[in-house]
Design a protein around this ligand. Sequence first.
Ligand SMILES: [Mg+2]
Length: 350
Amino acid sequence: MPRASLISCCTRLHAPTTRLSLFRRSHHNKLTPSSTRCFGHNDCRHQMEQLDLSANTVIDHPRALTDKLTLIRDAGPSKFQVIADFDGTLTRYRVNGVRGQSSHGILQQGNADYDAKREALYEHYHPLEFSPLIPLEEKTKLMEEWWSKTHDLLIEGGLTFDAIKQSVSSSAIAFRDGVVELFEFLEEKEIPVLIFSAGLADVIEEVLRQKLHRTFKNVKIVSNRMVFDDDGRLVSFKGKLIHVLNKNEHALDMAAPLHDQLGVDNGGEGEENAYVKQRTNVLLLGDHMGDLRMSDGLNYESRISIGFLNDNVEKSLESYRKAFDIVYLNDAPMWGALEIASQLFPTEAS
Ligand SMILES: [Mg+2]
């Protein structure tokens, strides 16, 4: 199905609010004039998904969202970027009915003792990460401890790049439907996507390669990056440790280009950082309240935030709906973000 038709189908079906629908209709007309053939909802493979998406969308302040859309659209694509979390945001929370894996969680280092040691760390620290009783400062120290110990185990246990490839190929990790289409759309518009993650950059890049079957020159990973020796064995980690509670503090300064792995030369890191910092309008995608801080390093003008509330909906919805402009519930697909991007910078029908 041509992209314009796909977007128009999804656009009509996904109508969470009246005000947003009005905005959408004017752009829908622009996107697909009556002469453009729509393949029809019976043929739209995303129809049911989109109906579900409407039911799983919460927008507390549609008017404010419409205003932001107008500001960002008027400033144009050259001022715009997308900042996304990886685990549970670009990837699904559940895969085939069970909890999907994280970029840290999939790693089997080919040494059962060390895999068990890392698992034991997870069992110990993971509940602490979500404990409401631990003050932030103390929790930050605990997270540093957890990440450091995990990285040390990966080095001591002799992780190889081949083990990463094998771990990814046998993993239960899957992207949300619509991620490829979103990246493609943004690539066509030359809009950068920064993926911020407290996971492992080398693993995430391998997941992109294996699960999306293609690479995107506009997508960059800011995460913990490994250094391998000539035999492909992990010897150290580059740069500052990025854990779940500090990933946003220095993320923009660490926005390293992917050219090492993907053959894309975007110039030096300094130029790259200046480039992303000039893009002061942001679409932020996250699944954690802390992900809202991913834009902290940027003196942004307008920001639209999308929160994926994957679990504990009843308990967390109140805070998510206040914090994010749009909340998608129940492990929703990525079509809503694609719709926002296509409303902002529509592709004219030829
Ligand atoms: Mg996440």
